[in-house]
Design a protein around this ligand. Structure first.
Ligand code: PXP
Length: 247
């Protein structure tokens, strides 16, 4: 069974910092705590409007982290230039709308093929792994493969958000089918968005999903239990779910 990596998204440490200006709480310090608590990587999304992570955060993270940095970015020339300047381990291309509260859906890789190709090629040409954040949908998966991406990150937000068990099961089945297709296409498969202690186990049990990216819930939970404890608990739930599959 492949190791299930935990990528901790620290965007909302910057959200809290920016509420007052100044430097506290510091996203780099959060990243270092995450690493000590068992995170395998750090994810940060530099948005066009800089509402949380700032350019200086990306520079500090890129220079100081000893675990991989996953740079979430919109496919724009501005973000490409920043990625090429800091050479993160990976860039995850996400759709971005100015008004949205968070990333609202997967990237339309199938519809935006020509536009995305230049970004995928430029990043890969500079030894940055390219991940595409997509809905668990076969058409999008096929397009990701044609584009030459290394990784697909499956958007599991709808699975996490539904109330009823039946609807959640239906969403889980879409994710299972997409993960199986990723394996067939030779794409590394990640998952993220909206994961919590209550929703993580069924996703962690999907054998070819190798990384989960989790942010908002962990930073929120850190208010009550501390960041270290929140991450350690998530790590434990992931590992336990994974062990059940291997057993
Ligand atoms: N993966 C992607 C591509 C995202 O855009 C986000 C949100 O920034 C996450 C994972 C993490 O989602 P959440 O903060 O809901 O855990």
């Amino acid at each position: 069974m492949k190791h299930l990596r935990l990528g901790v998204n620290i965007d909302h440490v910057a959200t809290i910092r920016n509420a007052r200006g100044g430097g506290h709480p510091d996203p780099l310090r959060a990243a270092q705590i995450a690493e000590a608590a068992g995170a395998d990587g750090i994810t940060a999304h530099l948005r066009e409007d800089r509402r949380h992570i700032a350019d200086s955060d990306i520079k500090l993270l890129a220079e100081n982290l000893s675990i991989p940095l996953n740079f979430e970015m919109a496919a724009t020339d501005e973000m490409l230039e920043i990625a090429l300047a800091h050479k993160p381990h990976a860039s995850c291309l996400v759709p971005e709308k100015r008004e949205e509260r968070t990333t609202e859906g997967g990237l339309d890789v199938a519809g935006g093929h020509n536009m995305l190709k230049n970004f995928v090629d430029a990043l890969r040409g500079n030894d940055i792994k390219v991940s595409l954040f997509i809905e668990p949908d076969l058409k999008q998966m096929e397009a990701a493969k044609h584009l030459g991406a290394d990784i697909v990150e499956l958007h599991v937000g709808p699975y996490c958000d539904v109330e009823s068990g039946d609807l959640r099961q239906k969403e889980l089945e879409r994710i299972l089918a997409a993960a199986a297709a990723a394996e067939e296409f030779g794409l590394e498969c990640h998952a993220g968005h909206g994961l919590t202690f209550d929703t993580v186990a069924p996703i962690a049990k999907i054998p070819n999903v190798v990384e989960l990216n989790i942010g908002h819930f962990l930073i929120g939970e850190a208010i009550f239990t501390g960041l270290d404890a929140a991450i350690r608990k998530m790590r434990k739930l992931m590992d336990e779910a994974r062990a059940e599959v291997s057993a």
